[in-house]
Write a protein that binds this ligand. Sequence first.
Ligand SMILES: Nc1ncnc2c1ncn2[C@@H]1O[C@H](COP(=O)(O)OP(=O)(O)OP(=O)(O)O)[C@@H](O)[C@H]1O
Ligand code: SF4
Ligand SMILES: [Mg+2]
Length: 325
Amino acid sequence: MEQTTLEVSRLTVSFQTEKGVILPVNDVSLTVPVGKIVGIVGESGCGKSMTARAIMGLLRFPGKVTGGKISLCGREITQLPEKERRRLRGAEISMIFQEPMTSLNPVVRVGRQVDEAVRLHTNCTRAEAKQKTLNMFREVEIPEPEARYNCYPHQLSGGLRQRVMIAMAMVCRPKLLIADEPTTALDVTVEAQILKLLEKLRDGGTSVLIISHNLGVIARVCDAVYVMYAGRIVEHAETETMFARPLHPYTRGLFSAVSSLREGGESLKTIPGVVPNLLRLPKGCSFSLRCDRCGADCENEVPELREVEPGHCVRCFLKEKEGRE
Ligand SMILES: Nc1ncnc2c1ncn2[C@@H]1O[C@H](COP(=O)(O)OP(=O)(O)OP(=O)(O)O)[C@@H](O)[C@H]1O
Ligand code: SF4
Ligand SMILES: [Mg+2]
């Protein structure tokens, strides 16, 4: 059987707001096998970052995990006390955050920031930590690592800052790296380099969970992909299958948005409408307000996520009807 680094089972995150409780992550299950890159894709606000933060044990108040299990390398970590979770972060599971500038301290040299990450989890001397940092800088292909070690974040390009972030996340050799929109702020050339780097880390044995609203990024590097909409997984398959046979109307909408750009469209063809407010979700399928295939069932009942071919799951009544016909 395939070994898994991360197993998330029926994870639910609740958020108490003034107007009621919302579930930005609603019954989400996903698996990251050892040495694979897995992607979560979906529009803004669909719960990608919240899922990542819940896995890291870094939800911000008033968000909290109210259901489900998270296992890392076969060990359940959901109920671990905060002190234990803190020990895991950086050592066994690391994250690159969506806001790169807020994750680096602007007044501390970048090399020292990575040293601190080493010293937090090991008994290294300062000199040993520096050596580890420089080795990691080389591994993530930061040119002239000794010179870059002494730079402040603002002295580096966006691409180099992202490499520093990856070095910091990887320096203690975690088993799982979560990269939240790792290339969104970068131009396409640098994006390609960073994606290559993530592949190199994967080939070195690190499992990676990439979060992106960009299907192109997912297509290039991911072995499997989960499509998320309004807090739920609506489709999941190996990347090849998903690209050959996307089944959920939302996934198809994401694909046609990408292909309209590739075919020289002036602007991104978007799916009509917006992600619904989580306080006012439709009673049935959460995509029903935007779906051109919406039928009577769809408005009244939430479809289950069902396996329609080995390893390919979809949450849509259309597939159920096909199965019955
Ligand atoms: N402090 C908060 N109070 C209420 N709702 C919140 C709060 N923070 C986030 N949310 C809601 O949680 C949902 C999920 O947010 P999340 O940041 O996970 O989205 P995302 O998929 O990462 O989006 P993006 O692509 O923009 O980063 C959103 O609908 C958002 O409105
Ligand atoms: S269940 Fe119905 S509304 Fe939802 S995606 Fe499928 S066809 Fe569209
Ligand atoms: Mg996000």
